[in-house]
Design a protein around this ligand. Structure first.
Ligand code: HEM
Length: 504
């Protein structure tokens, strides 16, 4: 999506303004104490930033190689990002309150929620609280309905698969399954099975992402103006309301704030109902935008990272057997449940290793906007207005942290658990200075427990029912390395072949 933006006329028209903004940022003298990666001249920094529009991973890796456990800065189009790594610095950032280093404003600046989804989303992040207090505590109770949805979606998506190898468009298939499972918990039945709604959710996420990325090409003072031309927020909200309005009305009438106790038995247990009950937002418009804040950017990320794992499985089908043995033994003992999924250590490790080595979504994580000048313990100062972040991918490929970091070793985390190392730290939904897929600290992704339940359940179902391999001639060559020479990416044209399970 980003590549097409580079030739976008908006880039050309913004050049002069951006040069001015970069120059203003570049001449900030406090930042001189922090080494620069990329060009050290202001014009060079600008071109460095343009070159890295499609992902800053190359620069971040270069900086990390030179400044491990230290600070360095990289240019973006209109500002500097100060990149920090190592337990000490990350811990310092983690402990600072939101009104000093803001995760919420940084997230807003990256995704432009107020222009792409709705103006209230990051003013009050109560949906994150609902995820932490509602969703996360009810995961075990919600497992059966999510599991049913995944089974039904897999049956539909793989209905044409028989004893012969059949190729599938993996991204579409995985997206559909994930959308069904996730929106079961977001908006419930029957909407989660409505194909027009599912299609709309994909479109919504793409539209919002592209609009946010276009706005990002401009300096901050131009964002409201550019947003008028590039976002479809209002029309997207209106379309989303066509699906959600009847549900919101029904839920208000029947189950609002537990007043009609006689109906409680069939009260829906999903995010939309929690929103209605919460009552902090009352208009259908606001509730719709709040619901869509879960669709973007979460859903696309779940699908692409699960797809990554599926590609690894197809590239290394020898791991099907040990995964099957694990799933079968546990399900035989306890049936399908959240606690069964939690005990699938090999499956968990497989997913985590796919995130670690394959993910292209975490070049920079734990992004924080500096709201008041921030001083690191070594005395260096990051002035107000700049950003601080951690180098996710680079950390995940550090040989001092991971043995043979560029090798796909799917059971490495299961082995560490077996060796008695901290089990919680080895989990795919953990978050620490060595594993940054979900960020770190108070603002670490609250959706990660749900994400990993959904992804592991889907992969377990696939492993139990199908053999998979890459299409003929495609093997590791189909994973290409990006400019930074680090993470493995899926070649999106590569097909995965499926057939009904033949091996034990
Ligand atoms: C594979 C999928 C996902 C990945 C890799 C991911 C990753 C992240 C990361 C890196 C952050 C920022 C953490 C930080 O700054 O320290 C974040 C924040 C957040 N994520 Fe996720 N996420 C995923 C899916 C989801 C889903 C499905 C939901 C919703 C159910 C969700 C809800 C959120 C929210 C609300 C925040 C903001 C939290 C806050 O600022 O307090 N995420 N996510």
């Amino acid at each position: 999506m980003i590549t097409g933006l580079i030739s976008d006329p908006y880039i050309i028209s913004s050049t002069v303004l951006v040069l001015t903004a970069v120059f203003a940022a570049w001449k900030h003298s406090e930042l001189d104490a922090i080494p620069t990666v990329g060009s050290t001249t202001w014009l060079g920094s600008y071109f460095s930033a343009v070159k890295n529009l499609s992902g800053v991973s190359g620069l971040v890796q270069e900086g990390y190689d030179k400044h491990k456990n230290a600070l360095f800065k990289i240019p973006t189009l209109y500002t500097w990002i100060i990149v920090a790594s190592g337990d000490k610095f990350l811990d310092e950032i983690r402990k600072v309150p939101e009104d000093h280093l803001s995760a919420v404003i940084a997230g807003e600046d990256v995704f432009k929620f107020r222009f792409t989804v709705g103006p209230k989303i990051t003013k009050n992040m109560y949906h994150a609280t609902l995820i932490r207090t509602g969703l996360n505590r009810k995961l075990a109770a919600l497992f059966p309905v999510v599991n049913t949805e995944i089974v039904l979606a897999c049956d539909e998506m793989f209905s044409f698969v028989d004893d012969e190898w059949k190729s599938i468009m993996a991204i579409e298939t995985i997206q559909q399954i994930i959308l069904r499972g996730a929106t079961r918990v977001f908006v419930g039945l029957p909407l989660c099975r409505n194909s027009a709604w599912l299609k709309f959710c994909s479109e919504y996420a793409t539209e919002a992402f592209v609009a946010g990325a276009k706005i990002n090409l401009f300096p901050e003072f131009m964002w409201p103006l550019i947003a008028i031309f590039v976002t479809k927020k209002n029309s997207l909200t209106r379309r989303a309301m066509e699906y959600l309005r009847p549900l919101i009305r029904e839920r208000r009438e029947k189950w609002f704030q537990n007043t009609h106790t006689e109906n409680q038995a069939d009260r829906p247990e999903d995010f939309l109902q929690w929103l209605v009950n919460d009552g902090r937002e009352t208009s259908e418009w606001d509730i719709t935008q709040r619901t869509m804040a879960l669709v973007f950017p979460g859903l696309d990320t779940i699908s692409t990272s699960l797809l990554q794992a599926l590609y690894f499985l197809a590239a290394y089908p020898e791991y099907l057997k040990p995964l099957r043995e694990e799933v079968e033994a546990l399900v035989h003992e306890d049936g399908w449940s959240k606690s069964t999924i939690d005990k699938m250590y090999k499956m968990d490790s497989f997913m985590k290793e796919s995130h670690r080595i394959g993910s292209n979504i975490v070049s920079l994580v734990m992004m924080r906007k500096v709201l008041k000048d921030f001083t690191f313990s070594d005395g260096r100062v990051v002035p107000k207005g700049f950003y601080i972040a951690a180098p996710g991918n680079a950390v995940h490929h550090d040989e001092r942290i991971y043995d043979s970091p560029n090798t796909f070793d799917p059971f490495r985390f299961a082995r560490l658990r077996g060796q008695g190392q901290d089990g919680v730290k080895q989990r795919v939904d953990s978050s620490n200075a060595q594993y940054l897929v979900f960020g770190l600290g108070k603002h670490a992704c609250p959706g990660r427990f749900f994400v990993s339940m959904l992804q592991k359940t889907t992969l377990a179902r696939i492993v139990m029912s199908y053999d998979v391999k890459l299409e003929s001639g495609a093997a590791l060559e189909s994973f290409k390395r990006d400019e930074g020479g680090l993470f493995m990416m899926v070649d999106p044209t590569t097909k995965i072949l499926f057939r009904k399970r033949t091996q034990v």
